[in-house]
Every structure is written in C-alpha cells, then in structure tokens.
Design a protein around this ligand. Structure first.
Ligand SMILES: [Zn+2]
Ligand SMILES: [Zn+2]
Length: 146
C-alpha cells in the first residue's frame, strides 16, 4: 500500500505541495548561496523524483531565480519562502526545502542518506554539532543524478 502523502507549503500559505514518496536523501547545504537565499546558516534539501512532488495550490505564485547556470531556486512571490530547487541537467529530480513541511514532519529518507555538504563554505562562526557525514563540497552519495 502506498503511504499517504505528506504536505508542506510557504510562509503565507498561498503555495501548498504534497510529497508522494519518502526523500531519497537529505543534504544540509552550507554554501554561500543557500545561506543568502534562506537567510540561515544552511538549507536542508530533500531529493525527490519530480513525479513524486505535486503542487496542489498556488503554483502561479511560484517564481524562480537562476542562482547558478541551470539551477533554479523556486520561491513564493508573495512571502519569499523557498520551496524547491531544480537543476536543468537533471529534469527528473527536484530538491524540496524540507523545513517547509507541515509540523516539522520527517521527510522519510533512510538514516544513512543524510549529510552536510559544502561544509568548506560554511559561515565562520557556525558549529556543526551532529554526527552526520560532512563533505567539503558536493556529495556523490547523496546528490542529484546519483
Ligand atoms: Zn507564500
Ligand atoms: Zn547550497
């Protein structure tokens, strides 16, 4: 039996989405772009097959910024909340910024498929205090297209 989808959305509530599978992996990204985009020390991206992510409300409010060639950060044009990132080279997968899930819900990824990436770019004062794997830049084991 297929599990029930879990839901999330933006800060103002205009955009709502459902995830129909568990995340394949979670990457906590400490790169300088994620820091600025999210106004936070890092951003937690869940990797999903595009077909597993359904926008159920407010799709017209989504806007996108191409932060690196082919990388599209998608956010609500009203409240600025970042929800997704797509990469042109991998059209069948999508990152969901899973802190936008309702009630802090667990994205369902396997325990060994979570880590910190771009740790080499983290803010000088950030202390990463858990035992997950750390990668200086991207991770071959966790990232898109693997
Ligand atoms: Zn919004
Ligand atoms: Zn990043």
């Amino acid at each position: 039996m297929k599990p029930d989808p879990i839901s999330g959305g933006c800060l103002c509530g205009a955009i709502r989405y459902e995830l129909h599978t568990p995340a394949k992996s979670i990457e906590h990204c400490h790169c300088s772009q994620c820091r600025r985009a999210h106004g936070a020390l890092y951003a937690s991206g869940g990797l999903y097959d595009s077909a597993a992510v359904k926008i159920t409300q407010g799709e017209k409010r989504l806007t996108a910024y191409e932060s690196t060639a082919g990388n599209w950060r998608q956010f609500c044009s009203t409240c600025g909340c970042h929800l997704f990132m797509t990469v042109d080279a991998f059209p069948n997968e999508i990152y969901v910024w899973v802190a936008s899930l309702d009630d802090g819900m667990h994205p369902g990824h396997p325990a060994d498929k979570e880590g910190h990436i771009f740790v080499g770019s983290k803010a000088q004062w950030e202390i990463i205090s858990n035992d997950l794997p750390h990668f200086d830049a991207e991770s071959d084991s966790l990232g898109i297209g693997n």
